[in-house]
Structures are given as structure tokens and as C-alpha cells.
Design a binder for this molecule. Structure first.
Ligand SMILES: [Zn+2]
Ligand SMILES: [Zn+2]
Length: 386
């Protein structure tokens, strides 16, 4: 392993005292999308958020994406604690800052569900996406109308009119970005772009297959195209994803059926792809990705799967295929550095995310967006708030 490089600590924070804060220090009541248990009906509830304390900010949410990880917590695939405020992919504006904060009220931000402590071994080793400070997602924050402590999806609970979060969980972005696209920078786009650039390091001329065409899978297609991959095969069980995949950057769409391996080899001179990306989070699709990859190629697991879903590979196959199997957590990225870069590209048009957003809905209609996601309809559904 090479010597650790020093890692940028993210964009400079304004150092001047904040004329607008700290705020009034009063708790606020906001509306949020709450799950009371695995499999329970999703409801919009009124929740109480405490005023931001030292090192915290309150953010008024403008747009929040409905990500598959939220659905996995709702349907019990991923263990979660309840009552749970859903949502972890969002953009908004700082509305109030805690005592001593250098952040300014009115700053547009993207939320970061893996804020780095910058002090643990992984952070100091240049791998902030593996930060060992995992307290944030498990600490309850705020309470329901009937007085129960609230758990927050990935420490954020962003499908709400507002959130109170640690200040290292917000990343300033330029003003004026379309909120329904800027929100995606916080999960699907950072994860997809990072998986291609940072984890797999796809090079110009490479061949790529992407299994699972939700928001992250579509972002992987877009990033692979931008990286110069020439054969970009999009794979899904739903034929309805074909047009979305081609719009996002795929050169071809293939149905995930028992002919898949043969179809991929027919498009890669019989070898298989240089890179396969698994964006579902299931053992069966990880095995499929493994089989689509050429000898010496790389399988990158982007999907977050269940603890007891076991992947079985032959010992001789592992040796003989010389493939690499690795995962990509949050795109192996430093969000403090990479979200502002992606936001700048979104602002100047270099990053086109229009194909990733299927539509926007109000907070009241957020349960409908979850139902659509569960049925595999569309790309990303985004809840927008005025
Ligand atoms: Zn997500
Ligand atoms: Zn850390």
C-alpha cells in the first residue's frame, strides 16, 4: 500500500462572524415523511426539531430524492429503527446556525450522509468515505407529535420541510441550481460518478456493463460515457428502462435474463466487459456481474444489500478468472471536495442530469413516489418543497 497522501479538508468555510446567527434557539415543528415500522404505511407527520446546538445547523429542504436505500429500510431489507424520518439525498438552504458556527444563514447546501470526522485513521489515510465515526446515523434527533424519539435515515431524515444536522453534514453549493437535480448530488450522482472515476477508474475505450437502472445505475451510465467508455451496456429486468438507459448514456440495453452472459459476450469480442457495476445489492446480481466480466476485469458492487444474502463463487473460478471484486461506498469520494466540483459542472452544463429525474412530487405525494420506486417505474422521483 502506498503512503497516505494528505487529503484536502474540503472547501474553505467562511471565517467571518455570522451576522444572522445564532438563531432564536426555539424548537420548530415541521412536516416529514415518517415510517412507524418495517412494512407500515408511510405518513406525513408533524415532527418537532430542537434548535441547532453548537456545531449544528437547521436546513430548510428544497428538494429530496427518493432513493432505493430508503425503500430498503421501509420494506425491511435493511434493518432500521423506528419511528424513522425517511430521506438522505437533498438540497436546501441554511435557515439557522448553532452558537459559534461559521456557516451563514441563506447558504444553499447539499446534505452529506457520511460526514467525515477528519480525525480517525481512515480520514487521515485519505479514505473519508470509510470514516469510523458512525455515531450520526444512530443518534435519535427530534420527536414525533406523540413524544417518541425520532430516528433519521442515514443521520439526515431529509424528506421533511427541515432538518437539524451537524455542520459537517452540509456542503455549500452555488446558488441558482435546479433543486431537483442538485439534490441528486448528495447520493445517486456522487455514488455513481465516484464508482466510475474513483473506485473502478474506468478509462477511455473500456467496456462497461451496469446492472440495475435506478438513480445510481443511471448515474453510472452517465459517468461511464463521460469517462470515454465505448461499449456501455445497461442491464435491467424491466424493458421500460431501455429509453431511460439510452438517454443516460448507454450504448445498448439488455434484459436481465438467462441469455444475458451470451449477449454481453457477443458485444465484447467474446471476452466479457472490462468493468461490471452491480447497482442492485443482491447476491444474484453480484454473481451475474461476475459472470459478465472478462478475465482480469473488475466487478464493482455499488448496491447496498442484505446481511444474510450470501454470494457464492467457486474457488477455482476466483483463481482462474483473475477478476477483482470490490465495493464502492459513497463513490469512494470525499463529498466536501467532490460535491462542489459536481455542482460547478451542473451549473455550467458539463454535467447533464435531466435524464435522471423522472419527475417531481409534493411532500404529500411522497408515498406515491415510494410506490413507483417499489414497482421499478422511472429513474429518480424527487420531492420538491416550496
Ligand atoms: Zn441514496
Ligand atoms: Zn473519520
Amino acid at each position: 500500500m502506498s503512503a497516505p497522501e494528505s487529503f484536502p479538508a474540503g472547501p474553505p468555510r467562511p471565517a467571518a462572524p455570522n451576522p444572522a446567527g445564532p438563531g432564536g434557539g426555539e424548537p420548530v415543528t415541521v412536516r416529514a415523511l415518517v415510517a412507524r415500522g418495517a412494512g407500515a404505511e408511510l405518513r406525513i407527520e408533524r415532527i418537532r426539531l430542537s434548535a441547532p446546538g453548537p456545531g449544528e445547523v437547521r436546513v430548510t429542504i428544497r428538494a429530496a430524492g427518493v432513493c432505493h436505500s430508503d425503500l430498503s429500510m421501509v420494506n425491511g431489507t435493511i434493518a432500521a429503527r423506528f419511528p424513522l424520518v425517511l430521506g438522505h439525498e437533498a438540497t436546501g438552504v441554511i435557515a439557522e446556525v448553532g452558537p459559534g458556527s461559521a456557516l451563514r444563514v441563506g447558504t444553499p447546501v447539499v446534505l452529506n450522509w457520511a460526514p467525515a470526522c477528519r480525525a480517525c485513521w481512515w480520514c487521515r489515510n485519505g479514505e473519508p468515505w470509510l470514516c469510523a465515526d458512525t455515531t450520526a446515523p444512530t443518534v435519535p434527533r427530534g420527536e414525533t407529535d406523540d413524544g417518541l424519539p425520532l430516528h433519521l435515515t442515514l443521520g439526515l431524515g431529509a424528506l421533511a420541510e427541515a432538518v437539524v444536522v451537524p455542520e459537517n453534514a452540509v456542503i455549500p453549493i452555488p446558488a441558482g441550481l435546479p433543486p431537483e437535480r442538485a439534490a441528486l448530488l448528495g447520493c445517486a450522482v456522487l455514488t455513481g460518478v465516484g464508482a466510475v472515476h474513483n473506485t473502478a477508474r474506468v478509462a477511455s475505450g473500456d467496456s462497461v456493463a451496469v446492472i440495475g437502472l435506478g438513480g445510481v445505475g443511471l448515474a453510472v451510465l452517465t459517468a461511464a460515457r463521460r469517462a470515454g467508455a465505448t461499449t456501455i451496456l445497461a442491464v435491467d429486468v424491466a424493458e421500460a428502462k431501455r429509453d431511460l438507459a439510452l438517454a443516460a448514456g448507454a450504448t445498448d440495453f439488455l434484459l436481465s435474463d438467462d441469455r444475458l452472459s451470451k449477449e454481453v459476450r457477443a458485444r465484447t469480442e467474446g471476452r466479457g466487459v472490462d468493468h461490471a457495476f452491480e447497482c442492485v445489492g443482491r447476491a444474484a446480481t453480484i454473481r451475474a456481474a461476475w459472470r459478465l466480466t472478462r478475465r482480469g476485469g473488475v466487478v464493482t458492487v455499488v448496491g447496498m444489500g442484505a446481511k444474510d444474502d450470501m454470494v457464492s463463487l467457486g474457488a477455482l473460478d476466483i483463481f482462474h478468472s483473475a477478476r477483482t471484486l470490490r465495493s464502492s461506498v459513497y463513490g469512494s469520494s470525499d463529498p466536501d471536495r467532490e460535491v462542489p466540483a459536481l455542482a460547478a459542472e451542473l451549473a455550467d452544463g458539463a454535467l447533464d442530469l435531466r435524464a435522471l429525474v423522472s419527475g417531481t412530487v409534493s411532500l404529500d405525494d411522497a408515498p406515491t413516489a415510494f410506490a413507483r420506486l417499489a414497482r421499478g417505474e422511472g429513474a429518480r422521483w424527487v420531492v420538491t418543497l416550496d
